[in-house]
Unconditional design. Structure first.
Length: 170
């Protein structure tokens, strides 16, 4: 699959079957995350892998809307970052690592969805408590993982928002 085909194929999947995601596939995603660029190579991220249902299901309650994927997720990777290691770039560093994970999941046929945690009411506290994340870390997102139990169409190259592209001047 070309990189462009992979980008077209990656969609947010929010409903999963109960088939567990193989550890090797999660390890592959984590390797991809560990190769993501970060400002001054500070690598401010920490990745918390969650497979225990007793931790996964409570994550569904971290948001009023937008966290329902944890009702069926069979795994999650939470991305926490140490803001003291970088000069205000932790969110960008974390977002790039998250996208590496999303693409690595899609490439392997695993469904994934970003659940935003940072500055969403009550979410950081719930995730921090559920997974024992120390206070000094900001929690950007929790990525839900599982085998898709819903169909999403791939992106159609002829219907992309090409008007977002500006040449030389805005
Ligand atoms: C920064 C960011 C935050 C997001 N937060 C959530 C979220 O909290 N819950 C959710 O269901 N999807 C969330 N998403 C997924 C987006 O809704 C999704 O990427 C968008 O609708 C485009 O759909 P696609 O991923 O299938 O291309 C988030 C995505 C990003 C990049």
């Amino acid at each position: 699959m070309s990189f462009r085909d992979l980008c077209a194929h990656r969609r947010s999947i929010r409903k999963y079957t109960n088939a567990p995601v193989e550890q090797e596939k999660i390890d592959y995603m984590l390797q991809c995350a560990l190769m993501s660029p970060s400002a001054k190579r500070t690598c401010p991220w920490e990745f918390i892998v969650v497979r225990d249902e007793a931790k996964l299901r409570p994550l569904a309650g971290c948001r009023t809307y937008g966290s329902q994927m944890f009702n069926t997720a069979t795994a999650a990777i939470i991305i926490a970052l140490d803001p003291t290691l970088c000069d205000n770039t932790w969110m960008a560093d974390g977002a790039i690592a998250a996208e590496h994970i999303l693409l690595a999941a899609a490439e392997q046929g695993v469904g994934a969805c970003w659940c935003h945690v940072h500055e969403r009411e009550g979410a950081p506290e719930l995730v921090r408590k559920t997974c024992g994340i120390p206070e000094k870390y900001e929690i950007l997102c929790a990525i839900a993982l599982g085998y898709p139990d819903e169909e999403r169409s791939t992106y159609d190259l002829s219907r992309l928002k090409y008007e977002k592209i500006h040449k030389e001047m805005f």
